[in-house]
Structures are given as structure tokens and as C-alpha cells.
Design a protein around this ligand. Structure first.
Ligand SMILES: Nc1nc2c(ncn2[C@@H]2O[C@H](COP(=O)(O)OP(=O)(O)O)[C@@H](O)[C@H]2O)c(=O)[nH]1
Ligand SMILES: [Mg+2]
Length: 470
């Protein structure tokens, strides 16, 4: 747990290196010690037997006027020291998970990571960030990186490649880990205070350079070419920059994951910006998300974060928001959203798909009324979760407005068209439409919307009956 040292008012952060035995924890901590020119201690003796674990101290910059002191520890790997390990994990401000990514060891690495995830998720308080150190990348039998990223991605970790034996990548891991630990310290404070840091002093690596690059030029044309990635000019050099990211800890992990893949400019209309980060992520910023001063930008970010929190149960989970300086010294808010399947794909599956999409749109609208946030409910912004419940997958508007009812109109017309041409057995369709109609009547929907749906659906029903019944 982080604490302020009463003697020198230093903020003490505990960085714990975890991972299966022989993955490279000790090698990593030793490599850091060499970089810092400091000794590694192996302090503990327990019941007459020496327990080798590694401990290293290091000063690392300032946080809100206090010097930062790092306590870097590696857990004892063997099973019999499980309790000692649990104790270290329970006190960690951030965990660096050293994973052996060679073929023979990788399954055990993934299993141990899943176990760590469970332990951390059970811990109360702000989330504890995890950096996954994909180690032994120098080995010829290392599993390919895209496979590694795929298998550990669902554990909400930031992934870095390392070869601890020659030190490659290990320092970058620590730098990122400290940022996550500081996010966690900030997250312990109320939101306004948690976000009180000045992003000019601490703002971010890859994405910042990326956004600076696109702000200026390319995006003003609707089909801009893709800039190279990573951007030229040493974007990764800006280690001291942290960005203003929400939610704390997990937002930065998402940001790191999203920006690992290349940027691919998809569309830009008016002042709005939509970029693809690889195939899996979308980066959005609307024309009204530009602010003259950093304080205005931060206030907007805080308000937007509250909106995200309010809508939490309805929206897809993998998303974060970021405030960045633009090339012309203003401030722009961005949101990064993991792509999830939407209702348009469902609708493409024929008339039953349209009925299902209609049901989800109505459920989405009902959910918005319940939470009191007017999110646009369209075929593009809504999707279905694995358990069948509706989920908002689009970008959350900065200022929510009631959405037009065009989507319901479009869907009921699509349904009528489908019904006129489909070969689907009439009985199934009749049943699905009749069921939906009954549901609509029980919903606390706008009266005009209900009337429209009843009219359209009844019309569709009659059409089906006359067309399909001899
Ligand atoms: N090739 C290679 N070997 C490594 C790497 N990191 C660690 N090792 C070796 O893996 C073994 C276990 O490393 P160690 O740091 O003791 O693992 P720990 O049990 O996690 O502390 C040692 O023989 C290291 O030299 C690496 O990045 N590449
Ligand atoms: Mg060791």
C-alpha cells in the first residue's frame, strides 16, 4: 500500500514482481538494479532457511510535491512460500507479472496470470494495475507476440516485450508500472482531485504524438492516408508524460493496449474525428470536444467521466477517455472504445434478426430512461452481450441528447420488406412479431412510438398472414 514516509514526506510505492518460477523475476530486478547502480538485497531468513527474494529501492521523480520512492520486490516463486507471496501481492500498488513466453512454459504462465487476476479483483479499493512482461523474447522458441497478446488480452494487462537477461525492455516496464501505481494513488481521492494533475507536466507517450500528428493535417480530408506507426520522431521518448486518462489505472492499460496496434484513419466529417487503432479499437472525438483552456478541458473530462459512471451498467466495458493538447495549444477530449458487434450485423441475419434488433433497441431506450442518460439508440451504437442483454457499444456523446426515432422507423420498414420476401416459415415469424408487440405494450415508451410500432407491426403481421397462408 502506498504511504507517505513521515521523515522525508516521500510517497512510497510498492512495485511487486510476480510470475511463475524461473520466468525471470530475479533477472529483471537485477537488471533494474544495474541500471540504477544500486544493490539488490535478499533480506529474508525464515525458520532457519533462507528465502531468496529480491528487494531494491529507488527514487523516481516527484508526485504533487513529494519525492517518489519505489520499493521493488519480487515474490518467492515456490509453492511453499504461497502465504508470503499473497502478503506481498495484497500490499502491491502495481504488479509486474513476469511471464515466460517460451513455448513449453507459456500455458503455465497464462494460468498463473489468471490466478493473479482473480486475487487482485478480490481486493477492495481502486484497481491494481498489472503490467505483463512478455519475457525471454530472445529465445528462438518464444511464442509469437500476436498469440501472446491474444491470450493475455482478456486479463486487462498492459503488455511489454522483454529479454531480462540482457535487460531489453525492463526499464520501460517499470516506468509504465509506476504510472499505473500513481493512477491508483490518485484514484483513492475523489474524482476532481484524482484528475487534478496537469497533463502539461505529465501527459502521454504514444497517443500524444499520434494525436498531435493527426490534429494538424491529414484528418481534414475525409479519406486521409495512414501515417506510419509508430510515428517518426521518437514518440516513446516522452517517458515523463502521463496524459489525463479516465478511468484511473485501467484507462491507461486500455490506452497502452489500443495504441500497441497501428493507427488507421477511417473517417472524419466536419470537426468530428474517428480513427481506427488496428481493427479492434476506435478513437472518437466530436467537434464540440475542443477547449480553449486546460481547466475547461479538465472540467469537461470530469463531467464526462461522471456520465460514463452513470451509464456503466449499459455500456460496453472496454473504453477510456483522454485529454490531450492539440497542435494549436488547445485541448481536445478523446474516447477510445473497443469494437464490439452491433445490431446492424444482427439485422443482416433476416427477419428474425430484425425482430431481435428491434427488441434490443427498445430495451436500450428503456435502459436509458432508467439510468437517466440519453444515449443514442441505433443499429450502430447498440449490440447484444453474450447473455443476450442489450449493450451500448458506440461512443458516449459529450452532451447526451434525446435520439430521434429514425431507428425504429427504419427497423419496422426493414421488417416489412423482409416479410414480403422471406422464405422463413410464417408461424415462427408471426410468433416473434406477436411477442414483440405484446412486449411493446408493457413498456414505458413514448405513446407516439408505441402507436407507430403497433401500426407497423400489425401491418407486417397482416402482410405475413396474407402472403404466407394459403
Ligand atoms: N534467454 C533468456 N533467459 C532468461 C531471460 N530471463 C531470465 N532468463 C533465465 O531464466 C532462468 C530463471 O530466471 P530467474 O530470474 O532466476 O527467474 P525467477 O525464478 O522468476 O526469479 C535463469 O537461468 C535466467 O538466466 C530472458 O529474457 N531470456
Ligand atoms: Mg527468483
Amino acid at each position: 500500500m502506498s504511504f507517505l514516509d513521515p521523515e522525508d514526506h516521500a510517497l512510497v510505492l510498492r512495485v511487486v514482481f510476480d510470475g511463475p518460477p524461473e520466468a525471470g523475476k530475479t533477472t529483471s530486478v537485477r537488471s533494474l538494479a544495474r541500471t540504477f547502480g544500486r544493490p539488490v538485497e535478499t533480506p529474508a531468513e525464515h525458520e532457519g532457511r533462507t528465502v531468496f527474494f529480491d528487494r531494491l529501492e529507488h527514487r523516481a521523480g516527484m508526485f504533487e510535491g513529494s519525492p517518489i520512492r519505489l520499493h521493488i520486490l519480487s515474490v518467492p516463486g515456490q509453492k511453499r512460500w504461497a502465504r508470503r507471496r499473497a502478503h506481498l501481492i495484497a500490499d502491491a500498488d502495481v504488479v509486474v507479472f513476469v511471464g515466460d513466453t517460451t513455448r513449453a512454459a507459456f500455458d503455465a504462465t497464462v494460468a498463473a496470470l489468471a490466478e493473479l487476476r482473480r486475487e487482485l479483483d478480490a481486493r477492495p479499493g481502486p484497481p491494481v494495475g498489472v503490467v505483463f512482461q512478455a519475457n525471454k523474447r530472445d529465445r528462438a522458441d518464444a511464442v509469437p507476440m500476436d498469440v501472446v497478446a491474444e491470450r493475455v488480452g482478456s486479463e486487462r494487462v498492459a503488455v511489454f516485450e522483454t529479454s531480462a537477461s540482457d535487460g531489453a525492455g525492463v526499464r520501460e516496464v517499470l516506468v509504465f508500472a509506476v504510472k499505473l501505481a500513481l493512477d491508483r494513488v490518485r484514484a483513492g481521492a475523489p474524482l476532481d482531485i484524482a484528475l487534478a494533475e496537469d497533463p502539461r507536466l505529465a501527459s502521454a507517450l504514444e497517443l500524444e504524438a499520434l494525436l498531435r500528428g493527426v490534429e494538424g493535417s491529414a484528418l481534414d480530408e475525409s479519406h486521409a492516408s495512414s501515417p506510419s506507426w509508430p510515428p517518426a520522431g521518437g514518440a516513446r521518448a516522452a517517458d515523463e508524460h502521463d496524459g489525463l486518462v479516465w478511468p484511473p489505472v485501467e484507462g491507461r492499460i486500455l490506452l497502452a493496449e489500443a495504441t500497441r496496434t497501428g493507427v488507421d484513419l477511417r473517417a472524419a466529417t466536419g470537426g468530428d474525428r474517428v480513427l481506427g487503432l488496428g481493427a479492434a479499437w476506435r478513437l472518437h472525438s466530436s467537434a464540440d470536444a475542443i477547449f480553449e483552456s486546460i481547466d475547461d478541458g479538465r472540467d469537461a473530462l470530469v463531467g464526462w467521466a461522471r456520465l460514463h459512471t452513470k451509464a456503466r451498467d449499459l455500456v460496453s466495458p472496454r473504453r477510456c477517455i483522454v485529454l490531450f493538447e492539440t497542435a494549436d495549444d488547445r485541448w481536445r477530449l478523446w474516447q477510445i472504445v473497443h469494437r464490439e458487434p452491433n445490431l446492424r450485423e444482427m439485422e443482416e441475419r433476416g427477419p428474425l434478426g430484425v425482430v431481435a434488433a428491434l427488441r434490443h433497441v427498445l430495451a436500450g431506450r428503456a435502459a436509458c430512461r432508467t439510468i437517466g442518460v440519453e444515449l443514442p439508440c441505433t443499429l450502430d451504437t447498440l449490440g447484444a452481450r453474450d447473455d443476450g442483454r442489450v449493450q451500448f457499444v458506440g461512443p458516449i456523446p459529450l452532451i447526451p441528447r434525446p435520439s430521434a426515432d429514425a431507428t425504429l422507423d427504419e427497423l419496422t420498414l426493414d421488417l416489412a420488406n423482409h416479410l414480403a420476401t422471406t422464405t422463413e416459415p410464417a408461424a415462427r415469424l408471426l410468433h416473434a412479431v406477436a411477442e414483440l408487440l405484446a412486449e411493446v405494450r408493457t413498456m414505458d415508451e413514448d405513446r407516439e412510438v408505441i402507436a407507430l410500432l403497433e401500426r407497423r407491426l400489425r401491418h407486417a403481421l397482416t402482410a405475413t398472414v396474407t402472403e404466407k397462408s394459403p
